[in-house]
Design a protein around this ligand. Structure first.
Ligand SMILES: Nc1ncnc2c1ncn2[C@@H]1O[C@H](COP(=O)(O)OP(=O)(O)O)[C@@H](O)[C@H]1O
Ligand SMILES: O=C(CO)[C@@H](O)[C@H](O)COP(=O)(O)O
Length: 508
């Protein structure tokens, strides 16, 4: 009898396909990387056809690794990078490259929307801030700059919804990814027709919204040929990467928090009512668990900051080696600080103009100091999110760390020291894929409920990583300077981007 579950994560840097059994044993795991295309400074695009092709490749690899036949797969679930825009025409053809979450071209659309609607009005309509790279703003950009394409758009989709459409032929959205489009009200769990009316966008462009664990169709004949899956294999809607990762870590009830360092960094706290920050410094979205929402603090460039330093500045690609080097530097990087705003900031400043800064450089600082300072800067940024959660009365009894950055013992220790709390690591790997496979198991009836699936699959280390007293004290002081750095530079960030600034990087 078929009983293997598949979880596919359409990440920012790669697609991962995972095959597990009902006890959570990973039987096969394959990953294929892709780049972010930057056709112009501030743009970030990807080709949806590449997502689909590499999904098929990784599925075949994972099945080979698992020694599984197509008939062994009982259900498929998806996880995916959030906020992005895939636009398709009447016949379901992609009209232009996807504009993804870290794209920053929509500063004018963001500012126009924010001057038309107050923070209070946005809070009432969508309970969230709008940020560059969010689907609705990207759609407004196409409307303004590519009117011929805009006219042909029949539906817009989030990245993983497009890949699922290629697999099943059905165009649909689900609550968790709809939440991150800026066109959806998580509190009322429906597209915000009032907001769409206010920006003159046809609500019909947005697909019907489903629950993540529900059956969304089956693998089509063509998808079967391309992916090696069996035609007719059941597929569930799946969810955005943050809630899927939370499910894969067993985080469904208030009190336990997920802390992720992937390309971006996120702090995620389940809540049992759609509470939101009245200052809109963090996000409030629908969770992939019945009647639950979550608060999300987002760092735009987390792992991406380290990747930038490693690849573009130090010419080193081995993260383990960088870890080793950073371990030789004392906590606080001998007073070197890094502000990780390489692609602007979301939480807490929601400022697309913000820039990265190394602050405090002296002759004694080496590449290893810079690596450590980058890791610390990312952890400080996640602490900013924790401070906001505390201010909203959200309890963090337990913090579970994951994402590529959590593979580093040093980075995980820094999180404990800087968040000033025990943090727990998972015994599993690729929790977003695990979450996607788990809800597929719920959808096909292999688990009675998400809770039962979690009890059967998820394993967290019992021993926490504890804050180290001396480091904590150093970081407490360093955090004060970190906080002040943005305030001291906010005006200068704006000045750099002013239309009067003639510095356009042209070589004479
Ligand atoms: N051993 C390691 N030490 C430190 N950082 C690491 C290590 N391995 C991966 N990373 C970080 O994790 C990031 C990738 O995380 P991942 O969760 O795989 O990304 P995504 O899901 O966004 O595609 C890299 O950019 C890197 O900064
Ligand atoms: O932007 C957010 C959440 O707001 C991320 O969840 C993105 O979806 C990217 O995630 P990674 O690919 O960095 O894991």
């Amino acid at each position: 009898m078929s009983s293997l579950l598949v979880g596919i994560d359409i990440g920012t840097s790669s697609v991962k396909s995972l095959i597990m059994n009902s006890s959570g044993q990973i039987m096969g795991l394959a990953q294929q990387e892709y780049d972010i295309q930057i056709p112009k400074a501030g743009y970030a695009e990807q080709d949806p056809a590449v997502w689909w092709r590499l999904t098929c490749d990784t599925l075949k690899q994972a099945m080979r690794q698992a020694g599984a036949k197509d008939a062994d797969i009982s259900g498929i679930g998806f996880s995916g990078q959030m906020h992005g825009l895939v636009a398709v025409d009447e016949s379901g053809q992609v009209l232009r490259p996807a504009i993804i979450w870290c794209d920053q071209r929509t500063i004018p659309q963001k500012e126009a929307l924010e001057s038309a609607l107050s923070v209070e009005q946005l809070g009432a309509l969508i309970q969230n801030p709008v940020a560059t790279g969010f689907q609705l703003l990207s759609l407004l950009w196409i409307k303004e700059h590519e009117p011929l394409i805009y006219r042909n758009i029949r539906k817009v989709m989030s990245p993983k919804d497009y890949v699922r459409y290629r697999m099943t032929g059905e165009i649909a959205s689900e609550m968790t990814d709809a939440s991150g489009t800026a066109a959806f009200s998580p509190a009322s769990r429906e597209w915000s027709r009032r907001l769409l009316e206010a920006v003159d966008v046809d609500p019909e462009l947005f697909p019907a919204v489903q629950e993540p664990w529900k059956h969304s169709g089956t693998v089509t004949r063509q998808a079967a040929e391309e992916s090696g899956l069996a035609k007719g294999t059941p597929v569930v809607y799946g969810g955005a990467d943050q809630p899927m990762q939370a499910i894969g870590n067993g985080i469904i009830h208030p009190g336990t928090i997920s802390c992720t360092i992937g390309t971006g960094g996120q702090l995620f706290a389940p809540i049992d009512a759609p509470v939101y920050d009245p200052l809109l410094r963090s996000h409030s979205y629908v969770h992939a668990f019945p009647c639950r929402w979550y608060l999300l603090g987002a760092t735009m460039s987390a792992g991406l900051s380290l990747k930038w330093l490693a690849n573009q500045i130090l010419g080193e690609t081995d993260y383990r080696l960088l870890d080793e080097k950073a371990s030789t530097i004392p906590a606080g990087s001998e007073k070197l600080l890094f502000l990780p705003y390489l692609t602007g900031d979301r939480t807490p400043h929601m400022d697309p103009y913000a820039k990265g800064i190394f602050f405090g450089l002296t002759l004694k600082h080496s590449g290893a100091h810079m690596v450590r300072a980058v890791m610390e800067g990312v952890a400080f940024s996640l602490r900013d999110s924790l401070e906001i959660f505390h201010s909203l009365g959200v309890d963090a009894k337990k913090i579970i760390v994951s994402g590529g950055g959590a593979k580093s013992a040093l980075w995980s220790q820094m999180l404990a020291d800087i968040l000033e709390q025990d943090v727990y690591a998972s015994r599993m790997t690729e929790q977003a894929c695990v979450g996607a496979a788990l809800i597929a198991g719920v959808g096909v009836g292999q688990f009675d409920s998400i809770e039962q699936g979690i009890a059967q699959v998820v394993q967290i280390h019992e021993e926490p990583i504890r804050p180290q007293g001396r480091n904590r004290d150093v970081y407490r002081q360093q955090y004060e300077v970190y906080r002040a750095l943005y305030d001291a530079n906010q005006r200068l960030f704006l000045e750099l981007e002013s239309p009067d600034n003639k510095n356009e990087g042209v070589i004479q």
